[in-house]
Every structure is written in structure tokens, then in C-alpha cells.
Design a protein around this ligand. Structure first.
Ligand SMILES: Nc1ncnc2c1ncn2[C@@H]1O[C@H](COP(=O)(O)OP(=O)(O)OP(=O)(O)O)[C@@H](O)[C@H]1O
Length: 353
């Protein structure tokens, strides 16, 4: 395609802080000491709860917010220091898509996608082929004359994506772009974003509160909590060896493990005097298979293992497995130490009476 690009731009947050004026003359600190490198051409996901600072962070990349301290670089450009004219130019390199699509109701699909080109003063003769090409790329060629009200959520987001690509950006920002969509539509939109990243080489930075989105599309991720990045790295590493409690709590919902009800009902978060067993999760990745390990727990240490649930997950092209097991409370610490020593990741889920 004529829009093919060779590379996206790197994004760098360098010790970024952001505060807003709060009520009664105080200040609200939205971000503190954020340092994050987003590799050119990568898909990087930032996950955090409501109010963690995700929107503030992503809005700095196109200059909608300026850092109070530190620097935000897109390629060579320091966004916070850019003058208005420069900022307009930089913004052409940064497309954005939104949770609620932000389409103009009075314009057709074609008209919405054409808008950034019209604003940029692109000659009419150039606009048509370019818009048609983008509409084809997002699979909406039969719907070019429809209005937003006549489209499904997934179709509206495809319009948003096509519109974001009109200026041939080096970076695409996604602000909860699939949060208003059902799971199936989410999958198709994520697949489209992955395809665009592959074909055009542009950098995608997305914010989300859903770990499944990060799992399905992002090679790298960062976890943000209370305005600070608490963990960052390759998505696969973080899924198989999470280090921060916030990451762990995000992960617990997405690993496809459900405790049998009769166990869940008897679980307590802390050990009690009448606790009989500890429940923990074992994650095994790559070379480490659990079967021989669990068998060895029994044969070498004489520890019996009850398997409560199991699931295989995939991050990128890498599969990894998770098991929930319960082990006699008297031997549980020993069992976990043995598994940890043999390269498996374990995490206590609770205690059973
Ligand atoms: N313009 C503003 N004025 C004052 N406070 C703000 C402003 N924008 C954000 N904040 C505050 O900064 C903090 C981070 O907000 P932000 O919107 O970045 O979080 P978020 O992770 O995107 O949450 P959500 O998913 O709910 O949008 C919050 O405490 C919020 O109230």
C-alpha cells in the first residue's frame, strides 16, 4: 500500500511528573517519576485502574497535556517544550483512537475519515484515493456512505482507526479503544490493530484496564498504580513472573482458573488456627513442565498434591500453563520452596479450613 512505512517512532517518558490544580488551592498529583521507553514499532500496553493516571500519561504523547516535570519525547521531539506550530506538526505523526470513537454524527464514514486531510488542506484529488484506501484497509468499503448511527460499535471503531491513519502517523495511541465493545468485536478490532502494526510498522501505545487486551496484543507492558509505574517489561515475563502485588491482582482474573466452589467457600486470605491446607498457583513456562515436578514432590519429599484447576494460556506465540493446587499446610512452604528452586513460579492464593 502507498501508506507503507518503514518504522514507527520511539516514545520516551523521562522522569515525568504531572500535577493539576485541585480544589481549595491544592494540587492533585496524577503522575510521579514515570520513566518508560516504548520501542519503535512495538505494541505496548499500559494497564491501570480508574484514576491511576493512564489518560494523563497517554495524552502527553500528543501534547494534550504537558508534563509538570521531566520530558516526553516522540522520536526526536520534546513534546513538552514544543511551540504551538511545532506541536501541530508533531501531532500529524501521532494518531489517536478513543473508547467512544469520537465520530462526527453528521458525516458519513467517508467524511469522517477525510476530515483530518481536509483540515490539513490536502487537495481534493488526493483525498479521495487515500480515504478509499484506508476504508478498504479497515474493511468498511461497503459502508463508506453510511452515517455513524447506522454502524455497530466495532464498525465505528474501524472508522476511528482509518481516520487516525490518514496523516500516516508514526505512533498510534489507543485510549481504551475496545472498552465499549463486546468480547468478540474486541478480538476483531485488536486483530486489526496488530495487522496495522505489522504492515505499517507504526508504534502502538494503548491504555486499558483489561489484562486480556494486553495479553492478546502487547509485546511489552507497564502497570501503573497511583500515578507510578510499578512494573514494566515484556508481557510474557510479566504474565509468567509478576513481581508487584498490583500486577498479581490484575493477573488473577485473566488466567482462566476457577476454584471449585467447595474449596472457594472454605478459603481464607490468611492462615487460621484450624487451617488444613494452603492453596497456591503454579505457573510453568517454556522448559519447565509441572508433571515431573509434581510427581517429584511426592516421590522425593513425600508431599501429596491435590490439583484443583488448570489452564493453558498464551501470550504472543508463547504458551504457559497454570495450576491451582492445595497442599497440607504443614508441608506447603517446603513444597513451594522446592518448586521455586526448580524454576517454577508459585503464588499463594489462600488457605483452606
Ligand atoms: N484536568 C484535571 N484536573 C484535575 N485533576 C485531574 C485532571 N485530569 C486528571 N486528573 C486527576 O489525575 C488522576 C489521574 O487521572 P487519569 O484520568 O489520568 O486516570 P486514568 O487511569 O486514566 O483513569 P480513568 O480510567 O478513570 O480515566 C486522577 O486523580 C484524576 O482525578
Amino acid at each position: 500500500m502507498s501508506e507503507a512505512q518503514t518504522s514507527g517512532a520511539a516514545i520516551r517518558f523521562d522522569n515525568v511528573g504531572k500535577s493539576f490544580p485541585g480544589k481549595d488551592g491544592g494540587t492533585v498529583t496524577a503522575l510521579t517519576g514515570v520513566t518508560l521507553d516504548v520501542a519503535p514499532g512495538s505494541i505496548t500496553g499500559i494497564i491501570g485502574r480508574s484514576g491511576a493516571g493512564k489518560s494523563t500519561l497517554i495524552r502527553m504523547v500528543n501534547g494534550l497535556e504537558r508534563p509538570t516535570s521531566g520530558r516526553v519525547l516522540v522520536g526526536e521531539h520534546d513534546i513538552g517544550a514544543a511551540r504551538p506550530a511545532q506541536l501541530r506538526e508533531i501531532r500529524r505523526d501521532v494518531g489517536m483512537i478513543f473508547q467512544h470513537f469520537n465520530l462526527l454524527a453528521s458525516r458519513t464514514v467517508f467524511g469522517n475519515v477525510a476530515l483530518p486531510l481536509e483540515i490539513a488542506g490536502t487537495p481534493r484529488a488526493e483525498i479521495r484515493p487515500r480515504v478509499e484506501e484506508l476504508i478498504r484497509r479497515v474493511g468498511l468499503e461497503k459502508l463508506a456512505d453510511r452515517y455513524p448511527a447506522e454502524l455497530s460499535g466495532g464498525q465505528k471503531q474501524r472508522v476511528g482507526i482509518a481516520r487516525a491513519l490518514t496523516t500516516q502517523p508514526k505512533v498510534l495511541l489507543s485510549d481504551e479503544a475496545t472498552s465499549a465493545l463486546d468480547p468478540e468485536t474486541t478480538q476483531t478490532v485488536l486483530a486489526l490493530l496488530a495487522e496495522i502494526n505489522r504492515d505499517l510498522g507504526l508504534t502502538i501505545l494503548l491504555i486499558t484496564h483489561e489484562m486480556a487486551v494486553v495479553r492478546d496484543i502487547a509485546s511489552h507492558m507497564a502497570v501503573i498504580d497511583g500515578g507510578r509505574i510499578v512494573e514494566q517489561g515484556e508481557t510474557y515475563r510479566i504474565f509468567t513472573r509478576p513481581e508487584h502485588p498490583t500486577t498479581r491482582s490484575f493477573l488473577s482474573g485473566v488466567l482462566g482458573l476457577t476454584l471449585p466452589r467447595f474449596i472457594a467457600e472454605r478459603m481464607t486470605p490468611e492462615a487460621q488456627t484450624d487451617t488444613t491446607a494452603e492453596v497456591f498457583r503454579i505457573t510453568f513456562a517454556g522448559a519447565h513442565a509441572t508433571d515431573p515436578m509434581l510427581a517429584r514432590l511426592t516421590s522425593e519429599l513425600g508431599i501429596e498434591v491435590n490439583i484443583l484447576a488448570g489452564a493453558i494460556e498464551e501470550v504472543g506465540a508463547h504458551p504457559f500453563g497454570n495450576l491451582l493446587v492445595s497442599i497440607d499446610i504443614a508441608r506447603a512452604a517446603e513444597a513451594r520452596a522446592y518448586l521455586d528452586r526448580h524454576g517454577l513460579y508459585t503464588e499463594v492464593q489462600g488457605y483452606v479450613r
